[in-house]
Ligand binder design. Sequence first.
Ligand code: ATP
Ligand code: MG
Length: 141
Amino acid sequence: LQITLAIIKPDAVAHPLISEAIHQKILDQQFIVVRSKELIWRRDDSERFYAEHKGRFFYQRLVEFMSSGPMRAYILARENAISHWRELMGPTKTYRARYLSPESIRGKYGLTDTRNTTHGSDSLDSAEREIAFFFPEFNKK
Ligand code: ATP
Ligand code: MG
């Protein structure tokens, strides 16, 4: 089985019915929840996690948003976990998600291109890095 790092971002956690619907989708899609925790980032965690986007026009608002309130992080296991979770999320941008993939998580619940409900690792390398970022004790096993 492959593992990936998924986040329910602060916009979705702020709405219990939405975060519950996303959690239910995870279970319906036969992901195994290996770890999960709710946490709040300091601004500095947000900056480190999104360092690859430093300099992009949306970086400041992304960093601010991701440290604005509680989020839920998961390690999810499944066949093709990385690509399957990204497919369930749908396109990054809400207007694209609504148009191209209205049943996707972002298509249904995304608010803006920044407040887009969820995150998912995009490769084996990023999954490993991101899992270590959230669950440092996990990778050492
Ligand atoms: P994520 O990494 O959160 O799963 P992604 O891989 O689909 O999303 P990235 O290009 O890695 O998209 O962007 C990371 C995050 O930055 C996006 O999820 C979104 O919150 C924000 N973001 C990306 N592009 C834009 C944009 N054009 N305008 C505003 N915010 C954006
Ligand atoms: Mg990304």
